[in-house]
Design a protein around this ligand. Structure first.
Ligand SMILES: Nc1ncnc2c1ncn2[C@@H]1O[C@H](COP(=O)(O)OP(=O)(O)OP(=O)(O)O)[C@@H](O)[C@H]1O
Length: 274
């Protein structure tokens, strides 16, 4: 997929200011940036949830801004989306939530498990097994923990049999242990199916340990685009430090840098103790 000089304005807010980016099939990419840097807006361009004010967005060979109606729905069905707040229907069973991922392929409304074709029910169940929730299939979704709910949301996205998986701050509402499980699962699933995975995050360390490539955003512009292998938190924060202009940005960078330096010291001490 390729974005060329994409600008997006919301009234006077310039959310994206000329983003150009090419992402190859099978890449695992993090969009990294502070709150308000444009991560969600950029992510939403990849499945036509937003259209650019100017510039072009090509996804899976389609010019997304030119699509309307059925062709746009068809493209969206090839792109799975995972949200920060899971967006499950709490009163429905876990299995039925997963099945809603297949609705784009079906005609007419579906109410209740028996109204879905048996083959789809079986696929949904297999996906729940894959994300480790086979035993919870018939529970109400709102009885699950946050981490479990996000795993259901992943299974629902996979029900679309997507080629691209987008995740918008998927672990922002989760504790560290569930976060790790969910991020590992997204990566495993992406690699197994050769999906393009694009995930927005604000945590530098998590981004570095998880992604193959980091795209850093600041004020709607790409300030960093690099493989994550061999990159340190300090190097990432130095880039943000160089481009930061406001006091609050400098403070955020200083806090992160102090953490990175403290870690380096701790590691050096550990080494000298050995
Ligand atoms: N629908 C909208 N209407 C008006 N302004 C918007 C809309 N969506 C985003 N914005 C603005 O665009 C800018 C970028 O927002 P965006 O949500 O993309 O950032 P973000 O990096 O994802 O931040 P966060 O992590 O807080 O969600 C912000 O100034 C935001 O207020």
């Amino acid at each position: 997929m390729t974005l060329t000089d994409v600008k997006k304005n919301f009234g006077k807010t310039r959310a994206l200011q000329g983003v150009s980016l090419t992402i190859e099939q099978g890449e695992i990419v993090v969009l990294l940036g502070l709150s308000g840097s444009g991560k969600s807006t950029l992510l939403r361009h990849f499945d036509g949830l937003e259209t650019p004010t100017s510039g072009s967005v090509e996804v899976l060979g389609e010019d997304v801004s030119a699509l309307r109606g059925k062709p746009l729905r068809q493209l969206r069905s090839r792109v799975g989306f995972i949200f920060q707040q899971f967006e499950l229907v709490g009163s429905l069973s876990v299995l039925e939530n997963v099945l809603t991922g297949a609705l784009a392929r079906l005609t007419g409304p579906r109410l209740g498990l028996p109204t879905y074709p048996a083959a789809l029910r079986s696929t949904a169940f297999d996906l729940l097994e894959e994300v480790g929730l086979g035993a919870q299939a018939f529970q109400r979704a709102d009885t699950l923990s946050g981490g479990q709910q996000q795993r259901v949301a992943i299974a629902r996205a996979l029900m679309q049999d997507p080629e691209i998986l987008l995740a918008d701050e998927p672990v922002a509402s989760l504790d560290p242990e569930s976060s790790e499980q969910v991020m590992n699962l997204i990566r495993e699933i992406g690699m197994k199916r050769n999906l393009t995975v694009i995930c927005s995050l604000h945590q530098v360390e998590l981004a570095l340990s998880w992604a193959d490539r980091i795209v850093g955003l600041r004020h709607g512009q790409v300030v960093l685009d690099t493989p994550s292998a061999g990159l340190s938190k300090q190097q990432v924060m130095e880039v943000y430090g160089r481009v930061a202009t406001s006091t609050s940005e400098m403070q955020a960078v200083a806090v992160e840098l102090a953490d990175a330096v403290a870690e380096l010291h701790a590691m050096a001490e550990l080494d000298s103790d050995r």
